[in-house]
Design a protein around this ligand. Structure first.
Ligand SMILES: [Fe+2]
Length: 179
């Protein structure tokens, strides 16, 4: 399913298994990865279901990893661009995900948060590797909304996961580029 009305592209890059020192360095303003190649009239990011565990009003929060200090850390970031490859500043990015045991916090806001893209359309979260659960492969949930625009809801997947082959929601075009 393609969300042409939204027309947003969400190229993402996951920086896996970085220690807390690197995470702090990024938080203090280390340069983010370069903007990926984007061709004019690129296909918008595919929309997917939000699933049953979304909760509205998640806090403005970039450091989700602090919610699960014993889990394997993950830095995930990227850019929001329009279909003409122009960065979208001030776009809302909201994340929610399962913890290291495959459970979602359904009462509070553990491993849930939102932020806004900078002037270059960049965003990033310090978080953890979610565990696969039930019928689902490992994934992250995300919503993206340009200022005053419609909401794009989608999911991000991890390459080379054993469950990718039989999760019916898995979409190879939404895989993270691991670095
Ligand atoms: Fe999920």
């Amino acid at each position: 399913m393609t969300c042409r009305r939204q027309g947003l592209i969400l190229p993402v890059l996951a920086l896996s298994s970085l220690g807390p020192g690197r995470g702090r360095a990024l938080a203090q303003g280390m340069p983010l990865p370069l903007t990926p190649a984007c061709h004019d009239r690129a296909a918008p990011t595919i929309a997917q279901t939000e699933g049953p565990y979304f909760r509205p009003n998640a806090p403005l929060k970039r450091d989700l990893a602090a919610d699960a200090p014993n889990a394997e850390p993950l830095l995930v970031g990227g850019h929001v661009q329009d279909v003409h490859c122009r960065p979208v500043a001030g776009a809302l990015i909201e994340f929610w995900q399962a913890d290291e045991n495959g459970s979602y916090d359904r009462r509070g806001f553990r491993l849930r948060g939102h932020q806004f893209t900078d002037e270059q359309g960049r965003w990033w979260f310090s978080t953890i590797f979610p565990a696969a659960y039930w019928t689902r492969t490992r994934h992250l949930h995300v919503k993206v909304q340009r200022p005053n625009g419609p909401m794009l809801t989608t999911q991000l997947y991890f390459p080379d996961e054993p469950r990718n082959g039989w999760d019916r929601e898995f979409e190879p075009r939404l895989q993270l580029a691991m670095g």
